[in-house]
Ligand binder design. Structure first.
Ligand code: ADP
Length: 300
């Protein structure tokens, strides 16, 4: 089973002709409210693929929180670990202009109140999970507690997004650390400057302590790196409509396949197909494929 520890946000989206400048008011489209946040996205993506998935997250005691938990349950996610209250549900206020450029303000809200004590109180979820996955839209000290709560034999997968430098204790637990190019550069810091080659970044990241590393490269696929070396994960050619959620779907699929015992390179190849399927549809959670949809993508 997979345990996702992370954020849940309501994405509030308004289409505008032009994004407002300082002191300016613009009129926009009707408001669209979508479930989001990297934790909720990854849990929904995994459950949609058929993984037995639980979410440890915190939402507010409000309408957005209920919407998020309802959408998790509809996707098939076990929400016994979802905590309610302490602050309003996290929201992302998103304006999008006709060219697709956006401006986003995030209020972490309840995500910022998911504490190390909340993690300690969720011990039974850790015992029930072969793989535990996290991101960085919750406090770093909470992620540190996740690492300390892992039971022997379980595996930790981290997508450090939004990226920031990580303590050695967290890096050493990652198997794998999953980064896109931007995240790789932030985690590497000055060391990223020594090369433009993603293969080199993968090696440099591995040298920082993770047991394995996966670098996602958008339409170029991904790289998987471990003590066995660096493997190129082939990309899948699709017509990309909206890349939102691709990284979350990739991470969820990878965590699930590792949990059922697939080796890293094979699991990453499957995750790349899931990422590719995700970019063929609009939206984040609305674009996550089922296992059947992934299979039919491969045969075309
Ligand atoms: P993020 O969304 O975190 O920046 P990427 O853009 O690297 O992550 O996408 C994650 C994965 O999704 C990629 O490794 C790839 O497998 C798949 N993917 C993303 N964009 C495309 C695309 N245009 N065509 C095919 N696959 C894609």
């Amino acid at each position: 089973d997979l345990l996702v520890v992370g954020s849940a946000n309501a994405d509030l989206v308004i289409g505008v002709e032009r994004r407002p400048g300082a002191g300016e008011t613009v009129l926009g489209s009707d408001l669209a409210v979508h479930p989001g946040g990297k934790g909720a996205n990854q849990a929904a993506a995994a459950a949609r693929l058929g993984a037995r998935t639980a979410l440890l997250a915190r939402v507010g005691d409000d309408g957005h929180g209920r919407l998020l938990l309802d959408s998790q349950r509809a996707a098939g996610v076990d929400t016994v670990g979802a905590l309610v209250g302490g602050a309003p549900t996290g929201v992302a206020l998103i304006t999008v202009d006709p060219s697709g450029d956006n401006s986003i303000v995030v209020s972490p809200g309840a995500n910022g109140r998911l504490t190390p004590a909340d993690v300690r109180a969720a011990g039974s979820l850790f015992h029930a999970s072969r793989v535990v996955s996290a991101q960085l839209e919750i406090p770093l000290e909470t992620v540190v507690e996740v690492v300390r709560s892992l039971v022997p034999g379980s595996r930790f997968v981290l997508n450090p997004s939004p990226p920031r430098p990580l303590p050695a204790e967290v890096l050493a637990a990652c198997d794998p650390l999953i980064v896109n190019e931007h995240e790789a550069k932030v985690i590497l810091g000055d060391a990223a400057g020594v090369s433009d080659e993603p293969e080199d970044w993968a090696r440099l990241l591995l040298a920082k302590g993770p047991r394995s590393v996966v670098v996602t490269l958008g339409a170029e696929g991904a790289l998987a790196a471990s003590a066995d070396g660096v493997t190129r994960v082939p990309s899948v050619k699709v017509r990309a409509v909206d890349t939102t959620g691709a990284g979350d779907a990739f991470t969820a699929a990878l965590a699930w396949r590792l949990g059922v015992g697939e080796p890293l390179a094979g699991a990453a190849a499957y995750a790349a197909r899931v990422g590719a399927a995700t970019v063929t549809k609009e939206g984040a959670q609305a674009s996550f494929p089922t296992a059947e949809e992934v299979a039919s993508l491969c045969s075309t």
